[in-house]
Design a protein around this ligand. Structure first.
Ligand SMILES: C[S@@+](CC[C@H](N)C(=O)[O-])C[C@H]1O[C@@H](n2cnc3c(N)ncnc32)[C@H](O)[C@@H]1O
Length: 310
């Protein structure tokens, strides 16, 4: 969805743009090309390996600044480089193929690796730390909330049984514990294993908290006419994006001091996509990992449209 994402961002030469998730730099290079030497792009990633790769790929674009940083602190990075407003922000959330395909990072459901799953390897909490001290109830909640895992209780119990018997040292052990909790043994990687890995990864990296903070900051720093384009890879991310867009694009109910409620119409954003855009079947056949992608976009309204209609 690279071309569609960049088209939705409506890049105009001279503008100030942020790619909050530079990864291997594919989207950033496409944005930089559209800037055509005029305007600026700040490209962020919390993963230092992604940052060095992207910096190399983007070295021929002098108006692109690649920085290591968590998009949760978007305002801090913007202040640091002296940008007050931005004309657009792209966020292509989640984990990258590079991260999944490096077993040492602990994201792969197929290859054995350490129980790590940190996007930022300097972050103190890894999957091993998370699982070392967690209660069954808390793990069950993580599996349910972040992985939509149906047999969350049973799987959480089995994972902690493995931990308490010294059999939870690697991602292979984690996948085995999940399989052992399933009533039927299926070939290949069962969905439950993928869902459990996703849930633990989201918890380790506080992905939904960071996404929400980034979108809130983007709404406040966006200039009128500026756009946010957000790509989600699972329903939890898409729910956060949809909620923030709707919070600023739709009427809301406010309570008066006398206790009465009133509907306030004070839009700050206009949703460009009513429902999320999905990749074409051609894209999915070339890149099967894109199958779960959902993209939404919103535009900041001119301030004059921010009147109250109650
Ligand atoms: C799907 S990949 C992005 C791919 C990229 N658009 C490209 O063209 O190659 C997601 C990237 O977001 C990064 N990421 C995830 N959460 C982040 C956060 N809170 N702050 C900064 N980067 C983050 C990951 O490290 C990963 O490199």
């Amino acid at each position: 969805m690279l071309q569609e994402a960049v088209a939705l961002l409506k890049v105009r030469p001279g503008g100030f743009y942020v790619d909050a998730t530079v990864g291997a730099g594919g989207h950033a290079a496409a944005i930089a090309e559209q800037l055509d030497g005029q305007g600026h792009l700040l490209a962020l990633d919390r993963d230092p390996f992604a940052v060095s790769l992207a910096a190399k790929r983007l070295e021929n674009f002098p108006n692109v600044r690649v920085m290591r940083g968590n998009y949760r602190e978007l305002e801090r990075w913007l202040d640091m480089i002296g940008w007050t407003g931005i004309d657009g922000l792209l966020i292509d959330a989640g984990v990258s193929s590079m991260q999944i395909d490096t077993p040492d990072r602990g994201f792969s459901v197929q290859a054995d690796g350490p129980l790590d799953m940190r996007m930022d390897p300097d972050q103190p909490m890894s999957a091993r730390h998370l699982l070392a001290g967690i209660s069954e109830t808390s793990l069950e909640k993580i599996l349910r909330d972040f992985g939509d895992v149906k047999m969350a209780k049973r799987i959480a119990r089995r994972i902690l049984h493995a931990r308490d018997h010294g059999h939870l040292a690697s991602t292979g052990d984690l996948a085995r514990a999940v399989r052992e909790a399933l009533p039927f043994v299926s070939s290949g990687v069962p969905d439950e294993v993928r869902q459990v890995f996703q849930a633990i990864r989201i918890a380790v990296n506080d992905e939904l908290g960071a996404l929400e903070a980034c979108l809130e900051s983007a709404v406040s720093r966006l200039k009128p006419g500026g756009r946010i384009v957000a790509i989600a890879f699972h329903s939890g991310e898409d729910r956060v994006i949809k909620r923030i867009f709707r919070k600023y694009a739709r009427p809301r109910v406010e309570r008066e001091p006398d206790g009465r409620t009133r509907r306030v119409w004070h839009p700050i954003l206009r949703e460009i996509t009513d429902s999320p855009l999905r990749p074409s079947s051609d894209e999915v056949s070339v890149n099967p990992r894109s199958a779960s992608a959902r993209m939404r976009a919103a535009e900041k309204l001119p301030e004059t449209q921010g009147e109250n209609r109650s």
